[in-house]
Design a protein around this ligand. Structure first.
Ligand code: ADP
Ligand code: ZN
Length: 743
């Protein structure tokens, strides 16, 4: 007997191995096996067991081991892997690799890692919360202040090694802060897992709308996907949990997908509050060993419910009864490397393969999902009102071109309307909390020489370097390249360099000066690099230790703080003019979602959206909290006579990237020519090819990038195209079906 074994590498073809008789009962499709490859042993997945006749006279190598009593991949998961490969045009090897956690691909069983003791630098929070006190305490020690503010921006604590080695803070200033009593050093085994042992009981009763949604979902045919379309704060989570409780009580298992950023202790506590130890939480903080343990517990049926981000869609839940995709519109559900799957669509396929329910939820569903709902291929259940009959907060659109503003003498480059300013001051006086969204991190967007206009850019990516202040550097937001902030212009030698554009660091400084008594926290990619930083920040907000939370899109998602009464969108236009057909949709979702953070408690709330495009349909619909209004304006723009875009057509993007610009352009021409020929000769003209053209981000991480778009209203046609391309397997070309970004 021989077995076809697929290895976790970028090829689709299986390798044939001989099955030793003693392993015969374990070597079945879906099983992990250890096989020799050149001089190493590697883990592969059996996809087929075939008769000996197929090995025409070649001496085959034998399988070395089959470590699991039960196959790692069930027949349904193996089918899902094949679907990923066929639908997304990804090599089968990579598609199967995505189905199992990393440690299961290593030949040795991973040992639980010994938690290394770590020196943690922790701010004590002793009375320098406001800017006034800060000016006093740090009058003669700007370095110490910079160190203090860096740690503060990191959530109030960080490993000493990180501060000294990566952020290059001096040990002297750290020691001085400890001597001043402003910080202390803690020895900790490792950062505390904020998910450990959490549980909060569900609300004692469901609202009438929630009951109707639970009943409606359970009564819908199992093979009918459902959309729970509930406004922000309408209590969607409890509806999911009730439905899942019902399924688990009848002996089934379930998966709850949430965007990584929304996987907060609050969310986990709610799920554990209903399911207790039946839950496995698959979060990014797990060690390899913990991840493998969680996987095994699910595989053996010891845990029935898996909660986690994107990849949890592959969790080996037994007797799967339902998959919930919360915030189904979230772009983070799309995987950025092959297989470039969308977790919502993978969930739909898996649900179909296993006869499980698919439940999508959002306050701002994607146009793809709305379109399916309009065609009655998805059943919609609505939660039109907030819990406790609280109104959705009124949204004031502030036209920055004409609205009264605080004079520039006080605000510098920041456009600050009197309306927002007054609302913030009022909220602070009443002891309420404020959320400010600015979807651009760093201090300024770029540096520019006022004499010659030169803007320093990244040498690896065609993009301006962003100015950072904590710690000071110019940084590339795409590849991480870093260089000192220039004092003189590299081109003309002029000495004063101007900072242009506004980032969260500058906003933080401005807000600190404008509202000197307010305690401020900033949340963006730069303050959340250490493992649990983002939970520490949100903890402080929840405890009421923060008056103003400001940050990028991270703060727009899922937060449920009843004392937040004012939400300000500092500049709604940051993403509106991106060269991407989803620019409007993303702006709508972001503004509508952050608006939904206001007024979740008894004091109510208000939202201020500062913009220079107040008439844009994305802004107007967000102000009305109306996805229907947005879709009504946006869909026609994606429909002929305009160039069609999803959901009006299917889309595949081919990205060509090499070290050499001419070679990239040449290869892109070839890809386009190949597609056009296929369209003409084999696809009856049912494929439209656009390009080749340079990508909006033409240079990225040292590579030159061009792209070609292929459109068709027939999914079958796009399937044929990506599979034909898969067979050609060109390293420099990546295929992205249903791309979430065209940059
Ligand atoms: P959404 O995800 O729709 O924005 P959540 O599920 O986060 O809303 O619920 C919003 C808030 O309402 C949460 O604090 C939740 O605990 C509370 N809540 C939900 N359902 C009920 C209920 N039936 N009774 C009381 N409070 C509820
Ligand atoms: Zn770069």
């Amino acid at each position: 007997m021989n077995a076809a074994v697929v290895l976790p590498v970028p090829v689709s073809r299986a390798y044939i191995y001989e099955v030793p008789p003693e392993l015969a009962d374990r070597v079945i499709p879906g099983a992990r096996v250890v096989v020799p490859l050149r001089r190493r042993n590697v883990v592969g997945i059996v996809t087929d067991v075939v008769g000996p006749q197929s090995s025409v006279g070649i001496a085959l190598k034998a399988i070395k081991a089959a470590p699991d009593a039960e196959p790692a991949l069930s027949p349904a998961l193996l089918d899902l892997g094949r679907w990923l490969s066929d639908y997304y045009g990804a090599p089968l090897g990579l598609s199967l690799r995505a189905l199992l956690p990393g440690p299961l691909w290593s030949v040795a069983r991973p040992a639980g890692p010994a938690p290394a003791a770590e020196r943690l630098f922790v701010l004590t929070g002793n009375g320098v919360d406001s800017l006034l006190e800060r000016e006093r305490r740090f009058k003669r020690s700007p370095k110490r202040r910079a160190a203090y503010e860096t740690v503060e921006a990191l959530g109030g604590s960080a490993p000493v090694s990180h501060l000294v080695n990566q952020l290059r803070l001096s040990r002297n200033s750290l020691d001085a802060l400890v001597e001043q009593g402003l910080a202390r050093i803690e020895r900790v085994p490792e950062m505390r897992d904020p998910f450990a042992g959490l549980s909060s009981p569900p609300p004692p009763s469901l609202t009438v709308d929630q009951q109707a949604a639970v009943r409606g979902i359970l009564d819908a045919p199992v093979d009918m996907p459902v959309l729970l379309h509930g406004v922000t704060g309408s209590g969607k989570t409890i509806v999911y949990l009730h439905v899942l409780r019902h399924l688990v009580d009848s002996g089934k298992g379930a998966i709850l997908l949430v965007p990584e950023i929304a996987l907060t202790p609050q969310t986990v506590a709610r799920v554990r509050g209903v399911f207790g130890d039946q839950v496995a939480v698959l979060h990014s903080g797990l060690s390899d060993g913990e991840r493998a343990d969680a996987w095994r517990a699910l595989r053996r049926g010891e845990r029935r419910v898996a909660v986690g981000p994107r990849s949890a869609v592959f969790a080996p839940v037994q007797r799967l009864g339902a998959i919930v995709v919360d915030e189904e519109h979230e772009p983070s559900y799309k995987q950025a490397s092959a297989p470039r799957y969308h977790a919502r669509d993978a969930a739909a396929m898996r649900a179909q393969l296993e006869g499980a329910r698919l439940i999508l939820g959002s306050a701002t569903p994607s146009l793809e999902t709305l379109d399916q709902a309009a065609q009655r291929r998805i059943a919609t259940f609505a939660l039109p009102d907030r819990i406790g009959a609280r109104p959705l907060p009124p949204v004031e659109v502030v036209d920055l071109r004409s609205a009264p503003r605080i004079p520039a003498a006080e605000t510098g480059v920041i456009a600050w309307s009197e309306a927002l300013d007054g609302a913030i001051s009022g909220a602070l006086e009443r002891g309420e909390q404020v959320i400010l969204l600015l979807n651009r991190r760093g201090f300024a967007t770029f540096v520019q020489c006022p004499a010659c206009g030169n803007v320093p850019g990244c040498s690896q990516c065609a993009i301006a370097l962003t100015v950072h202040q904590t710690p000071p550097a110019l940084r590339c937001h795409y590849c991480g390249h870093e260089e000192p902030i220039p004092e003189t212009c590299a081109i003309c030698g002029h000495v004063t360099q101007k900072l242009r554009g506004l980032g969260t660091q500058q906003l933080e400084r401005f807000v600190g000066m404008r509202y000197p008594r307010a305690r401020i926290a900033r949340m963006d990619l730069d303050t959340t690099t250490s493992k649990w930083a983002h939970h520490h920040i949100l903890d402080r907000v929840a405890r009421g230790d923060v008056d103003i939370l400001l940050g990028t899109q991270m703060i727009a998602k899922g937060l449920d703080f009843p004392n937040v009464t004012v939400v300000g969108v500092v500049d709604a236009d940051t993403g509106l003019h991106f060269p991407d057909f989803r620019a409007g949709e993303r702006t709508f979702q972001l503004v509508a979602q952050v608006a939904g953070r206001a007024g979740r408690g008894p004091p109510g709330g208000r939202v201020f959206v500062q913009t220079r495009a107040p008439e844009h349909h994305a802004i107007r619909a967000a102000a009305a909290h109306s996805v229907a209004q947005f879709a009504a304006a946006e869909l026609p723009l994606r429909t002929p006579p305009y160039p069609p875009y999803p959901p009006r057509t299917g889309l595949v993007r081919f990205v060509i990237a090499t070290d050499d610009h001419a070679r990239t352009a040449e290869l892109a021409e070839k890809v386009a020519a190949w597609l056009r020929r296929a369209a003409r000769e084999r696809l009856d003209g049912m494929l439209t090819v656009l390009g080749p053209a340079p990508c909006p981000l033409m240079r990225l991480k040292g590579k030159w990038r061009w792209h070609v778009l292929a459109k068709s209203t027939e999914p079958r046609v796009l399937g044929r195209v990506v599979r034909a391309w898969r067979a050609k397997a060109h390293r420099a070309v990546s295929v992205d079906r249903d791309p979430q970004s065209l940059l």
